[in-house]
Design a protein around this ligand. Structure first.
Ligand code: ACM
Length: 524
């Protein structure tokens, strides 16, 4: 190890010293400062030269934390997918290295948050410095965005991809940057969820929240209560066949997200939005009406029985099984639109569920209605429709996730001709989704109470990746920037020019984005 590190450092020194012996490549002027990065980094200094990425480039990483090596492998795989280049990771001892990318664990005090990173790009070396592998992972997303699709074949006798040189210092505005996918109204396959995660990771999201149950379907295997999937998973909006994830499949999604340094948050919505669960086990039902499978789009008609002990034993099993296969710190208990639950029952229910969630080692998140209950400050309220409840939650010491429907609900139509989407929170064109400041959006909500932002995608009108992508993209990309970049960097004119240049990536990923007429999309 020591020998390798020494050789590596001598290789780096040689990169500088041996420069004159090599045939000098005269790079054309490039400009890091105008690169179309999203989210826009805090600080960028251009040095107007370039790193020439080619088949001789090697990737090295710090080896004391194996997670850094995995970041190096992720970078290598994505470069292979994009350019066809196969770059070795930690494969040699550093001898005869001409160009290298070093992903370095650093204790620099300038790296203030776990996701902070520095990116130093010179002619023959790229350094990504981060305290944690999560920071390194965010840093390599920036690097990926700087790699052009097209090589410059005039500089050398082999293809060279020019990465503009300079220095980037970056850190997120919020520690929580999430996207929610409703897999209950319509079911989405493991592969469809993974594709969404992939694109979210590219724009530095760190959380994927899956809405796993609703009136129209139950989507996760619970071994102690098998009818939840035998009965409750068989429906979806519009009468399709539904579906569910086995626990093995769920763990696979969790791992896929974790490999991208994203936390998965499972949501079981309750006491309302629970028709599919009660249909599977009728003792859960608290609204006294006969149960039928539901494939429409109304809300607010179902409730668990908040007075029965057996309901809480059931929830103890369900939350326990899900918590056991969820490494992240959170469990989302829903809590929205329980219109047929009496207020006192609702409060009793939420307070009891909070204790069950805590018993299984998780922090409870709930939609903003939960602020009516007397909750522990470790719980989190997710604002979607009532600013006053976010303020109340904050007054009680809870942190708040901002998902105001009129800005972040990307299941709303863009405009009157949108193919998919709803309209109850208004039309949300691409600029409306971008033009707001999460730090000041809720008057009276202290900045320190804001955990972060999340963009929910409800699936009443969408049922596959193409439709999901039509609603999510490009709006989800702008919300990524609002979650990461300082407010002074979030200006529409500047953003929209950078967004227009995402076309090569979106096309490479075969993303069915909505080509909003507000954007002058780059022609490929
Ligand atoms: C919600 O949109 N009912 C949280």
């Amino acid at each position: 190890m020591i020998t390798r590190t020494l050789l590596l450092f001598s290789a780096i020194i040689c990169l500088a010293a041996c420069q004159s012996e090599k045939k000098e490549i005269l790079y054309p002027k490039t400009d890091l400062a105008t690169a179309p990065l999203i989210p826009k980094p805090i600080k960028t200094v251009a040095t107007h030269s370039a790193f020439g990425l080619d088949s001789t480039t090697v990737i090295f990483t710090s080896t004391q934390d194996p997670a850094f090596e995995k970041v190096g492998q992720f970078l290598s795989e994505t470069i292979k997918g994009k350019l066809g280049l196969d770059l070795a990771v930690n494969a040699s001892n550093g001898e005869n290295v001409e160009r290298l990318i070093y992903i370095n664990q650093s204790d620099s005090v300038d790296l203030e948050t776990p996701e902070s990173y520095q990116l130093y790009i010179k002619k023959d070396s790229i350094f990504v410095n981060a305290k944690t592998a999560a920071g390194a992972f965010r840093g390599i997303q920036t690097l990926r965005q700087l790699i052009p699709e097209k090589s410059n074949d005039t500089l050398t006798d082999h293809p060279l991809w020019l990465i503009p040189s300079g220095k980037i210092e970056d850190a997120p505005k919020f520690g929580y940057r999430g996207a929610m996918l409703d897999v209950a109204r319509h079911f989405f396959t493991v592969e469809e969820v993974k594709k969404y995660i992939d694109i979210l990771a590219y724009y530095k999201y760190n959380t994927i929240h899956l809405h796993l149950s609703d009136d129209q379907g139950w989507r996760i295997e619970i071994k102690s209560w098998p009818k939840l999937t035998e009965v409750g998973s068989k429906t979806e909006v519009g009468g399709g066949e539904g579906g569910f994830y086995t626990q093995e499949e769920y763990k696979d999604i969790v791992q896929y997200a974790a490999d991208r340094h994203m936390t998965l948050i499972p949501e079981i919505d309750m006491p309302g939005h629970s028709n599919a669960a009660s249909l599977s086990y009728p003792f859960l039902n608290g609204n006294g009406k006969p149960l039928k499978p539901y494939t429409g789009t109304r809300v607010g008609f179902s409730t668990f029985d908040a007075q029965k002990d057996t309901v809480y034993s059931f929830l103890d099993d369900v939350i326990g099984e899900i918590a056991a296969i969820t490494p992240g710190p959170y469990f989302h208990a829903g809590g929205d639109e329980s219109h047929v639950t009496k207020k006192k029952d609702y409060i009793h229910f939420v307070e009891k569920v909070e204790k069950i969630v805590q018993k299984h080692g998780k922090q409870m998140i709930g939609w903003n209605e939960i602020a009516q209950a007397n909750l522990d400050p470790s719980s989190i309220a997710q604002l979607w429709n009532e600013s006053h409840s976010a303020i109340k939650a904050a007054e009680n010491g809870l942190k708040v996730i901002l998902s105001p429907a009129e800005k972040t609900y990307v299941d709303m139509k863009y405009d009157s001709i949108s193919e998919y989407g709803l309209t109850w929170a208004g039309l949300i064109p691409v600029d409306v989704a971008y033009n707001w400041n999460p730090e000041t959006y809720v008057e009276g909500l202290p900045r320190e109470s804001i955990l972060g932002i999340e963009t929910p995608l409800w699936s009443e009108t969408i049922s596959n990746s193409a439709e999901l992508e039509y609603l999510a993209f490009p709006r989800v990309i702008g919300i990524a920037e609002l979650g990461w970049s300082p407010a002074e960097h979030c200006t529409w004119e500047d953003y929209k020019a950078r967004l227009a240049q995402q076309v090569p990536y979106l096309n490479q990923m075969e993303v069915n984005y909505y080509p909003s007429p507000l954007i002058d999309w780059e022609k490929e």
